[in-house]
Design a protein around this ligand. Structure first.
Ligand code: NAP
Ligand code: MG
Length: 490
């Protein structure tokens, strides 16, 4: 019988899907945003603002207040006042009601939040609508439930709040990271000063508007905006009791040095270089979809992105063939289009970093593959990228790229792949694809990774703790562990 010819579908061709853009008519972005301090929107003390842009066309969306150390001081004072006069005196039940109300308001305004998240950050509307915003609401719901049960959560302990929490977040999950930080802090009875990343401040400021609407007492949550030095001013403020940071390992190290010798509590959620491991007994089609989800969706802008792929030799050809086929069908482009798989790279700087690593990979002699796809003329874009024949010591397998770039290696035995997967300074997450439960349990005990997904990837839930080993940081967010990070447990 003649072999059936496989038909390649090029969804980036003129025969692809018709556009299905999410409407933007229902959202309001003001031309200028101030900082949220003491329950009011206040102008920056230096009078300066910076632009936030839409990375899908590099057009300006709004101006954001450039906070200085003076503004941070104002915010910490407001948070301290709210802590000592109001929040620490409220019962857990009352605190829970406010947190629950914030969760409900996020749900009510979910569409607005997801559209703004995609406009400001470049992530696909599918991701912000189906992942970021619902998960952010779920974190508030989950921790609202614990607020009046702290003694049950930690039996035989006397949990007490810490005071003022200084929180600094990155640009890849702006609203979700704010929720991960604010919800447990409030449930535990602390007040908050939070700084979003400079390229994605809008949803944090929208959250501030929502928090004001919720009637949360003034000063319990304060949002300051600005650059790295604004973040440093939070870290170095003497009246901050806890520093919670999510971002790069480089900045995490600076923070750790800055607070050494103080009695500030600290959690650091840093970079990653996750291994996705496919055994020969894995459901291959499902695994290929998992790889694509792990590294290409959300532009690889995920700390736990499955950026290293290990394939057992016997199925290598099949996996790479199927992966390339799937890569050819990925749609790169307008984040607001519901068909889009890979949106805009968050900033020109990040795109330059990714392109630098793509060049390094080629210079190091790895085999390079990118499907031919049409990229929009304006904006920051990177097609899904694959490197095969890479070595363990190669920079693209050792360093975090934070873009849609996958480096593939092969292995023969379980011990070999464990050694290879653990051979990185990071230890945030990993994925295992196999038919055998016993293999999964064996692997999970030996992988130095905070989260190990089995036969799935990038799944999150507020009840389950998340965090890293080694240079991926310490402390956990989510679950009871995430709550304990905001409590004294004596
Ligand atoms: P980043 O450059 O470290 O920035 C993170 C935040 O810190 C931003 O708000 C940044 O402000 C601020 N910042 C910069 N310098 C600072 C300083 N000296 N002191 C205090 N704050 C400072 O990281 P990013 O590029 O935004 O985010 C990407 C990184 O985050 C990746 O490495 C990724 O793996 C990691 N990440 C980890 C997790 C996790 O849970 N482990 C989750 C998400 C992301 P500016 O924006 O103004 O620079
Ligand atoms: Mg922006």
């Amino acid at each position: 019988m003649a072999k059936k010819k496989q038909v390649e579908v090029d969804l980036n061709s003129d025969w692809g899907y018709s556009p299905a853009p999410e409407s933007k008519g229902h959202i309001k972005i003001k031309p200028q945003y101030d900082q949220f301090i003491g329950g009011k929107f206040v102008k920056p003390s230096n009078g300066k603002y910076f632009d936030t842009i839409n990375p899908a066309n590099n057009e300006k969306l709004s101006s954001i207040a450039l906070g200085s150390a003076k503004d941070v001081d104002k915010a910490v004072r407001a948070a301290r006042k709210a802590y000592s006069e109001v929040w620490s005196k409220l019962s857990g039940k009352e605190r829970g009601k406010y947190i629950f109300r914030i969760a409900r308001l996020i749900q009510e305004r979910a569409r607005e939040f997801s559209v703004i998240e995609s406009l400001d950050g470049g992530k696909t509307i599918r991701e912000s609508r189906d992942v970021d915003v619902p998960l952010a609401a779920n974190h508030f719901f989950y921790y609202a439930g614990w607020a009046d049960k702290l003694e049950y959560a930690f039996p035989n302990k006397k949990p007490t709040s810490l005071g003022v929490a200084g929180q600094i977040i990155p640009w890849n999950f702006p609203l979700l990271m704010a929720a991960w930080k604010i919800a447990p802090a409030l449930a535990a009875g602390n007040t908050v000063v939070l700084k979003p990343a400079e390229t994605t401040s809008l949803t944090a400021l929208k959250l501030a508007e929502l928090i004001k609407d919720s009637g949360l007492p003034d000063g319990v949550v304060n949002i300051v905006t600005g650059f790295g030095d604004t973040g440093a001013a939070i870290v170095n403020h003497p009246d901050v009791n806890k520093v919670a940071f999510t971002g790069s390992t480089g900045v995490g190290k600076i923070i750790q040095r800055a607070i050494a010798g103080t009695n500030k509590k600290c959690t650091l959620e840093l970079g990653g270089k996750a291994a996705n491991i496919i055994f020969e007994d894995a459901p291959i089609n499902q695994a290929v979809e998992g790889i694509v989800n792990g590294i290409y969706f959300n532009q690889g802008h995920v700390c736990c992105a499955g950026s290293r792929l290990f394939v057992q030799e016997s199925v290598y050809e099949e996996v790479i063939r199927k992966l390339k086929h799937r890569m050819n069908t990925l749609i790169v482009g307008d984040p607001m289009d519901k068909n889009t798989d890979i949106g805009a790279i968050n900033s020109k700087e990040q795109l330059d970093t990714i392109n630098k690593y793509i060049k390094i990979g080629q210079q190091e002699g790895a085999e390079f593959y990118q499907p031919a796809c049409k990229l929009p003329k304006k904006g920051n874009w990177c097609p899904p990228t694959l490197f095969t024949n890479v070595s363990q010591s190669s920079r693209i397998t050792q360093e975090e790229i934070f873009g849609p770039v996958l480096a593939v290696q092969t292995f023969r035995t379980v011990d070999e792949v464990i050694a290879k997967a653990n051979n990185t300074p990071y230890g945030l997450s990993a994925g295992i694809w196999t038919d055998k439960g016993s293999k999964i349990f064996n692997m999970t005990t030996k992988m130095r990774a905070g989260v190990v997904w089995a036969n799935t990837y990038n799944k999150f839930d507020p009840t389950s703790p998340f965090g890293g080993y080694k240079e991926s940081g310490f402390g956990r967010e989510g679950g009871l562990q995430g709550l304990s990070a905001y409590l004294n447990l004596n």
